[in-house]
Design a protein around this ligand. Sequence first.
Ligand code: SF4
Ligand code: SF4
Length: 89
Amino acid sequence: MTLDLIDSIQGESGVAHTIVTNVCEGVADCVDACPVACIHPGPGKNTVGTDWYWIDFSTCIDCGICLQVCPVEGAIVPEERPELQKTPG
Ligand code: SF4
Ligand code: SF4
Protein backbone atom coordinates (compact mmCIF):
# COMPACT_ATOMS: atom_id res chain seq x y z
CA MET A 1 0.00 0.00 0.00
CA THR A 2 1.37 3.43 -0.87
CA LEU A 3 1.68 6.21 1.66
CA ASP A 4 -0.74 8.32 -0.39
CA LEU A 5 -3.30 5.53 -0.20
CA ILE A 6 -2.81 5.15 3.55
CA ASP A 7 -3.26 8.91 3.94
CA SER A 8 -6.47 8.84 1.94
CA ILE A 9 -7.86 5.92 3.97
CA GLN A 10 -7.05 7.66 7.24
CA GLY A 11 -8.81 10.76 5.99
CA GLU A 12 -9.02 14.14 7.64
CA SER A 13 -8.33 12.97 11.18
CA GLY A 14 -5.54 10.72 10.00
CA VAL A 15 -2.56 11.74 12.02
CA ALA A 16 -1.07 10.06 15.02
CA HIS A 17 -1.30 11.39 18.54
CA THR A 18 1.78 12.59 20.41
CA ILE A 19 2.74 12.36 24.09
CA VAL A 20 4.55 15.51 25.14
CA THR A 21 7.51 13.92 26.90
CA ASN A 22 8.14 16.62 29.47
CA VAL A 23 4.44 17.09 30.36
CA CYS A 24 3.64 13.37 30.74
CA GLU A 25 3.67 12.27 34.37
CA GLY A 26 3.92 8.56 33.68
CA VAL A 27 0.46 7.75 35.06
CA ALA A 28 0.03 5.14 32.30
CA ASP A 29 -3.80 5.28 32.14
CA CYS A 30 -3.32 5.64 28.39
CA VAL A 31 -1.29 2.47 28.02
CA ASP A 32 -4.06 -0.01 28.87
CA ALA A 33 -6.68 2.09 27.10
CA CYS A 34 -4.96 2.12 23.70
CA PRO A 35 -6.71 -0.44 21.46
CA VAL A 36 -3.61 -1.12 19.38
CA ALA A 37 -1.05 -1.18 22.23
CA CYS A 38 1.19 1.43 20.64
CA ILE A 39 2.07 3.35 23.83
CA HIS A 40 5.38 2.31 25.29
CA PRO A 41 7.43 3.28 28.37
CA GLY A 42 10.48 5.43 27.76
CA PRO A 43 13.77 4.82 29.57
CA GLY A 44 14.76 6.90 32.57
CA LYS A 45 12.94 10.07 33.60
CA ASN A 46 11.83 13.17 31.72
CA THR A 47 13.01 16.70 32.52
CA VAL A 48 10.42 17.02 35.32
CA GLY A 49 11.66 13.82 36.92
CA THR A 50 8.77 11.45 36.19
CA ASP A 51 8.36 8.30 34.14
CA TRP A 52 7.25 9.00 30.56
CA TYR A 53 5.61 7.18 27.69
CA TRP A 54 5.72 7.54 23.93
CA ILE A 55 3.37 6.70 21.06
CA ASP A 56 4.55 4.66 18.09
CA PHE A 57 3.27 6.88 15.27
CA SER A 58 3.42 4.08 12.73
CA THR A 59 0.94 1.96 14.73
CA CYS A 60 -1.32 4.68 16.19
CA ILE A 61 -4.75 4.73 14.54
CA ASP A 62 -5.69 8.19 15.83
CA CYS A 63 -8.66 6.95 17.85
CA GLY A 64 -8.21 9.61 20.56
CA ILE A 65 -8.91 7.28 23.50
CA CYS A 66 -5.54 8.05 25.14
CA LEU A 67 -6.36 11.75 25.10
CA GLN A 68 -9.74 11.07 26.74
CA VAL A 69 -8.29 9.01 29.59
CA CYS A 70 -5.12 11.00 30.32
CA PRO A 71 -5.55 12.94 33.58
CA VAL A 72 -2.68 15.32 32.81
CA GLU A 73 -3.70 18.38 30.83
CA GLY A 74 -1.56 18.91 27.77
CA ALA A 75 0.29 15.60 28.00
CA ILE A 76 -1.24 14.31 24.75
CA VAL A 77 -1.86 16.32 21.61
CA PRO A 78 -4.01 15.06 18.70
CA GLU A 79 -1.31 15.68 16.13
CA GLU A 80 1.90 14.01 15.01
CA ARG A 81 4.54 16.25 16.62
CA PRO A 82 7.83 14.36 16.74
CA GLU A 83 9.63 17.45 18.07
CA LEU A 84 7.58 17.25 21.30
CA GLN A 85 7.91 13.53 21.91
CA LYS A 86 11.11 11.73 22.76
CA THR A 87 11.46 8.19 21.49
CA PRO A 88 14.09 5.71 22.65
CA GLY A 89 17.03 4.86 20.46
S1 SF4 B 1 0.24 10.47 28.49
FE1 SF4 B 1 -1.10 10.86 30.23
S2 SF4 B 1 -2.05 8.86 30.76
FE2 SF4 B 1 -0.29 8.48 29.39
S3 SF4 B 1 1.42 8.07 30.74
FE3 SF4 B 1 1.51 10.27 30.26
S4 SF4 B 1 0.35 11.27 31.88
FE4 SF4 B 1 -0.19 9.10 31.94
S1 SF4 C 1 -4.81 7.78 19.49
FE1 SF4 C 1 -5.61 5.71 19.92
S2 SF4 C 1 -4.21 4.35 18.82
FE2 SF4 C 1 -3.19 6.33 19.00
S3 SF4 C 1 -1.95 6.15 20.85
FE3 SF4 C 1 -3.92 7.10 21.42
S4 SF4 C 1 -5.18 5.34 22.09
FE4 SF4 C 1 -3.46 4.51 20.92
